[in-house]
Design a protein around this ligand. Structure first.
Ligand code: MN
Ligand code: MN
Length: 467
């Protein structure tokens, strides 16, 4: 027997897939809700520009929402809210469901690291009466975009005595900022004829740190010394302390509305805080779910999910194993029945660079959360490929709850490609599909997203948890 369900003969309009802009589909009240939701999102963007700051923000909000630190030794009831902080750079949150983990759990997985400029372990040097910092970029950046923009400095330093120091310089009005220089056009003859990918090298991304000597005496390293003296006065550190440090330079811009109609948001690091924030709001606001709901905010996605805070590590699996043990069920059965949204951004169709996209299968700004059946490059290499059955389930769920959603590929076949944490999730034998907000200028210091798409992502994760 075929399992096809036959309904009444569709009209011509029903025969065709309708792809329409959210402003043409949503009520004025829904649009208003989306614009309001964006205000909370912008506040998050301004408060948390790094993975560490995102975890700090998350714990603060989670505690206020009634979450407590998870203990594998405790028993939990339906509706209990817990979090597990993995090394201050990644975090799992859970709301215990009525069935606990017995029928699998539901996960929204986003990442909180973004492309940026990191300091090298011995960064400070002087050259021709300037103090400069050597850097090593993190993630996929177009290097030219990171020159001549205001940068702020964020991170952690561990001193020789083991004491820890957190820094954040250049975010508050009146604080100094940093920048990477570029050659003036008048002297850019050699640079201008180079290929874009070769004109700016990693070793050219040197950050200006100062230009004053330590004293009027002529001395070697006096410009470098002056910076070290200032750092010692303010933070009590010496040069060797910069070795046990993680210092990240990120754009000092604040999140702002874009366009006369304020329909878009420009900011640093939408990828992937634009999925992290709606996931957090969804788990904070969801009704007690049937199956335990989990949000995982991962680090290191931008460099391939490596390291013990990336989703290539086992902390999410260990967390689920602990939940399974509390419920007295084998963890592998829980994992096998688990469903996951890999919540990460996708490329938004850009009319200025239309040649890179296949418009018929692209995600569009204001068309809602974008689903990608598969990721990867070339012949879908290195990506996840969600099953027709799982896509069918998620598609019906979104339609049932009026979630504005769309489907698309990253760009034209063989134009490039990309991956997400979906591959790391799939190896645990879960069902997983890529969903996320379409982004213009992805990985640039100032990325752009639509308010309707951000709000749609919140609704999508919430109905996924509550189903
Ligand atoms: Mn991403
Ligand atoms: Mn990315």
């Amino acid at each position: 027997m075929a399992k096809n369900t036959k309904t009444a003969k569709p009209t011509d309009k029903e025969l065709l897939l309708e792809r329409r802009n959210g402003f043409l589909r949503l009520s004025d009240a829904e649009v208003k809700k989306a614009f309001k939701f964006a205000e909370g999102y912008k506040a998050f963007l301004n408060a948390a520009k790094t993975e560490r700051e995102s975890v700090t923000f998350t714990i603060e909000k989670a505690k206020a929402a009634g979450f407590t630190e998870f203990s594998p030794k405790k028993k939990y009831q339906a509706g209990d809210k817990v979090y597990y902080n993995n090394r201050n750079k990644s975090i799992c949150l859970a709301v215990i469901g009525k069935n606990g983990s017995r029928d699998g759990v539901r996960i929204s997985a986003a990442h909180i690291d973004s492309p940026r400029i990191d300091l090298k372990p011995i960064p400070l040097y002087e050259a021709n009466e300037q103090a400069l910092l050597k850097t090593h970029y993190y993630g996929g950046v177009k290097k030219y975009q990171w020159t001549t923009i205001p940068l702020s400095m964020h991170g952690k330093i561990v001193r020789a005595d083991g004491s820890e120091l957190e820094i954040c310089i250049g975010e508050q009005p009146g604080e100094p900022q940093f920048c990477i220089s570029d050659i003036l056009p008048h002297l850019g003859k050699d640079q201008m004829v180079k290929k874009l990918g070769e004109a700016f090298t990693g070793e050219d991304l040197n950050v200006i740190a100062g230009s004053m000597p330590a004293s009027k005496e002529k001395a070697e390293n006096t410009y470098k010394l002056n910076v070290l003296r200032l750092l010692n006065d303010k933070y009590g550190i010496v040069e060797e302390d910069l070795i046990s440090a993680e210092i990240e330079l990120v754009p000092a811009f604040r999140a702002e509305d874009v366009g006369f109609d304020r329909s878009l948001i420009g900011a640093y690091g939408h990828d992937d805080r634009v999925c992290a924030y709606p996931s957090l709001e969804a788990i904070f606001n969801c009704k007690t779910p049937k199956s335990t709901a989990i949000v995982v905010l991962a680090d290191k996605e931008e460099i391939g999910s490596y390291g013990n805070t990336g989703l290539g590590a086992d902390y999410l699996r260990f967390f689920i194993e602990d939940l399974a043990a509390i419920d007295g069920v084998p963890a592998r059965h829980v994992l096998t029945k688990t469903k996951c949204l890999s919540a990460d951004v996708t490329a938004a169709y850009d009319p200025t660079y239309a040649a890179a996209y296949e418009a018929g299968n692209s995600c569009f700004i204001n068309h809602g959360i974008g689903m990608s059946k598969y990721s990867g490059g070339r012949g879908k290499s290195g990506g996840n490929d969600a099953s027709a059955e799982f896509i069918g389930e998620i598609r019906n769920l979104f339609n049932k709850h009026d979630v504005l959603w769309q489907i698309g590929e990253l760009g034209k076949v063989d134009q490039g490609g990309g991956g997400t944490v979906a591959t790391e999730v799939a190896v645990m034998n879960m069902d997983v599909v890529d969903v996320g907000v379409p982004v213009l200028s992805m990985h640039a210091p100032w990325e752009v997203v639509s308010k309707l798409d951000v709000y749609s992502t919140y609704k999508a994760v919430k109905v996924f948890f509550e189903e």
